[in-house]
Design a protein around this ligand. Structure first.
Ligand code: GDP
Ligand code: IMO
Ligand code: MG
Length: 421
């Protein structure tokens, strides 16, 4: 039996979807345990290119059972669309895809409130995905959430939802928004429930039974470690725990059963939305054009910076990362020289990520080491030994700074664009 957690060690979009799709072949179960449809995981394989937000990325292995744990929040409109898209692509979900009835639903008022809060904060906005993530998690922990469970008895749903909509309508109107119609929201969500119902099932017996039977589990994080509510760059974070520990609350897997934690790290750094990005590049148009990406969920442009070993090492430490899966090394082929951040200085003194808050982090000066580039196409390399010397040196430097072995290097979006180390 093996229980492997795959998590991002930066601010999201490290390439978790690709890594999960690669690993899935050897696993019996794949499960999402945190976050919601703020996530966008890209998978490029024989079925095509997918940007999936809720269904676990390992679903493409027909032998795997895919689970969305109770720690995940979901917008049913996104879920239904995703299920239909996957089925249209030939992915069979019946009898092998399950959603915990404990999972909380993003309601239309959560999306609306997300936008109203962001607008009220103006220049200090978080830069959320506007998917309603903050408001739905706030409702979850303040006992105001709506779960799939509530749909099993319509009298329970009506009682709970009507109270919520009375409260939310008052808040939305006070903040300059519009009240929503109860019957319209109720009917819309009952429609989703009918479509999703075949997949809703308590997952604990499946998880516990699988663990007891020695099955292999792949646990998929969303959002990235530096967006964790507690250890991320608060208040520029997401609204749930993204760390390895969330797998226990979000899925029911005891911590001691987890035997490997794979940290996905992009060979440089990107961030979508607000908040500090210490290695962000402002003065090099060429580097910005090469490293910027388009976000999988919102279509926004991802901000770009050099590899930041200070935050990534912290993420590795706080999660107990056992091996690094380094992605997008091929993108760095465009440079004569590459910079790597080895630490920070604040007002002339050395500081660590955990010593300072997000506002101080916004003022640090990254200490940058320059290493030679390799300036050749490495996307077709399939044997680590065949990488150019400078590319191998880059991986060595990353590994030394992170103090964790690099086990895989990804050289393109496709499943096979990978070398094992
Ligand atoms: P996730 O949220 O962590 O799953 O990452 P995203 O899918 O949001 O963003 C990662 C992007 O990088 C996607 O467009 C992937 O297809 C792409 N990608 C992943 N690994 C590699 C790689 O090694 N090289 C290149 N060029 N692209 C990659
Ligand atoms: P994946 O799983 C990148 C960011 C948002 C914003 C902040 C709060 O694809 O790596 P939220 O909507 O969660 O309230 O927004 O968190 N964010 C992500 N950035 N990748 C993600 O997921 C993200 N999930 C949330 O951009 O800055
Ligand atoms: Mg993403």
């Amino acid at each position: 039996m093996t229980v492997r957690v795959v998590l991002g060690t930066q601010w999201g979009d490290e390439g978790k979807g690709k890594a999960i799709d690669v690993f899935a072949e050897e696993y019996d179960f794949v499960a999402r345990y945190n976050g919601g449809n703020n996530a966008g995981h890209t998978i490029v394989n024989e079925y095509g290119t997918f940007k999936i937000h809720l269904v676990p990325s390992g679903v493409f292995n027909p032998k795997i059972t895919a689970i969305i744990g109770g720690g995940v929040v979901m917008d049913p409109s996104v879920l239904v669309k995703e299920i239909e898209e996957l089925q249209a692509a030939g992915i069979k979900l019946d009898g092998r895809f399950f959603i915990s009835p404990r999972s909380h639903l993003i309601m239309p008022y959560h999306r609306e409130l997300d936008g109203l809060y962001e607008a009220a904060k103006g220049a200090g906005a978080t830069g959320t995905t506007k998917r309603g993530i903050g408001p739905v998690f706030a409702d979850k922990v303040s006992y105001n959430g709506i779960r799939w469970n509530d749909f099993a008895d319509l009298s329970v749903l009506d009682e709970r939802l009507s109270v919520q909509m009375d409260m939310k309508n008052k808040i939305m109107v006070a903040l300059g928004g519009e009240a929503m119609d109860y019957d319209q929201v109720r009917d819309e969500y009952l429609g989703y429930y009918e479509k999703v119902k075949p997949f809703i099932k308590e997952v604990f017996p499946m998880v516990r039974g699988g663990l007891d039977a020695g099955k292999n589990f792949l646990l998929e994080q969303a959002n990235g470690s530096l967006l964790d509510t507690d250890w991320g760059t608060y208040p520029f974070v997401t609204a749930s725990t993204t760390l390895v520990s969330a797998a226990t609350a979000g899925l029911g897997v005891p911590p001691r059963e987890i035997d490997s934690v794979i940290g996905i790290a992009k060979a440089y750094t990107t961030r979508v939305g607000g908040g500090p990005l210490p290695t962000e590049i402002f003065d090099d148009e060429y580097a910005i054009s090469v490293l910027s990406e388009i976000a999988a969920t919102t279509g926004r442009t991802r901000r770009a910076g050099w590899f930041d070993s200070e935050v990534t090492r912290f993420a590795a430490q706080v999660n107990g990362v056992t091996q690094i899966f380094l992605t997008k090394l091929d993108i760095l082929s465009a440079f004569d020289e590459i910079k790597i951040c080895t630490g920070y200085e604040l007002d002339g003194k050395e500081v660590h990520y955990y010593d300072i808050d997000a506002y101080q982090l916004g003022r640090v000066k990254p200490v940058l080491k320059t290493v030679p580039g390799w300036k050749s196409d490495i996307t077709g390399v399939r044997d680590y030994a065949d990488l150019p010397q400078a590319a191998k040196y880059y991986v060595d430097v990353v590994e030394e700074l992170l103090e964790v072995p690099v086990g895989w290097v990804s050289l393109g979006p496709e499943r096979e664009a990978l070398v094992e180390r």
